[in-house]
Design a binder for this molecule. Structure first.
Ligand code: NAD
Length: 307
């Protein structure tokens, strides 16, 4: 049926109670998916605030005639995420996709971030994504080995910071870069079992970006209602990635900005310098060779030289 790309499929969306994840849940339910809305209901920095946004999203989906259940497992809980996947399989008889979207923000320069900030950011973003991916993929591998036909889908969430770096986001960027790489490896390892893994890099005005430059952009919403920074803009991409139709794409990181979806290129070997006879280069040869190869003239690049 047109507009129902996920009929009969059951998917988990982490951090589905707010912002981008909430938009995903509503869009996936509109496409006919049964949605497991996971959200711990924490504050922006991961602190407990006693909210239950997952239940609110489930209520909206049900009011619109869709099917959803709430879950409040922390994605950073390895055993808890294992129980979540087992619960989904037991309750709905199937698992078709996981959207790893939950996230927190603890910004700060590398000189200021505390061990606890690093631990929390890595735990929610990188370990959380890894944990659910591990448990979901183990399930799909085991049923594929028993002869079942699998069209499992992992959709991860990275960010511009994870792909290109950003001042003040050392921990967050490291976690998001790890997620991008995890996507590649998961895609490679799981292809043989009918499972794809892709990632999105969204741009949206949510509480996570409030106060940043995005807020000003959001205020420029044209009169026709189209907001290039609406959290909903990324959700159709996620719906498609979860569908059977997207089975030809794996290991991709898709940048989604407004109405544009673009493929990104992973770390790639570019130009360099090699010794003429294949032996190890000396530091002096490297200095001269790289300056020549990278087009750096005596005096260096002003912005990179120490002040
Ligand atoms: N907003 C943007 O422009 C932007 C850009 C790039 C990437 N992202 C990423 O998109 C995702 C969603 O961001 P958002 O802007 O909607 O943020 P948000 O703060 O509005 O939503 C994040 C949700 O994750 C939940 N959460 C946090 N820790 C959790 C845990 N341990 N277990 C389960 N749920 C947990 C929170 O309760 C919250 O509802 C994040 O991964 C973020 O890093 C956002």
């Amino acid at each position: 049926m047109a507009g129902r790309m996920l009929e009969g499929r059951t998917v988990v969306v982490t951090g589905g109670g707010r912002g981008i994840g909430r938009a995903h849940c509503l869009e996936l339910a509109r496409h006919g998916a049964t949605v497991v809305v996971n959200d711990l209901g924490v504050g922006l920095g991961g602190d407990s605030v006693g909210e239950s946004p997952a239940e609110e999203v489930v209520a909206v989906i049900e009011k619109r005639g869709g099917r959803a259940v709430a879950d409040s497992t922390s994605v950073a809980d390895w055993e808890g995420t294992g129980r979540l996947i087992a619960r989904v399989v037991q309750e709905f008889g199937r698992l078709d996709g996981v959207v790893n979207n939950a996230g927190i923000l603890r910004d700060g320069m590398i000189t200021k971030l505390r061990e606890e900030d690093l631990d929390q950011v890595l735990a929610v973003h990188l370990k959380g994504t890894f944990a659910l991916t591990h448990h979901a993929c183990a399930h799909w591998r085991s049923i594929a080995k028993n002869g079942a036909s699998v069209t499992g889908r992992i959709v991860n969430t990275t960010s511009g910071t994870g792909l290109a770096g950003n001042v003040g986001q050392a921990a967050y960027g490291a976690a998001k870069a790890g997620i991008a790489n995890l996507t590649l490896t998961t895609g490679m390892e799981m292809a043989r079992y009918g499972v794809t893994a892709n990632a999105v890099s969204p741009v949206a005005a949510t509480r996570m970006t409030a106060g940043s430059v995005f807020k000003e952009h959001g205020a420029d919403t044209p009169p026709d209602g189209w907001d290039p920074l609406a959290p909903e803009n990324c959700s159709p991409v996620v719906a498609w990635l979860l569908s059977e139709q997207s089975g030809w794409l794996t290991g991709a990181v898709l940048r989604v900005e407004g109405g544009t979806v673009s493929r990104t290129r992973p770390w790639t070997v570019l130009d360099g310098h090699a010794s003429a006879d294949g032996r190890r280069l000396t530091a002096e040869e490297i200095d001269e060779g790289l300056r020549k190869a990278f087009g750096v003239f005596p005096g260096g690049i002003p912005s990179l030289t120490a002040r």
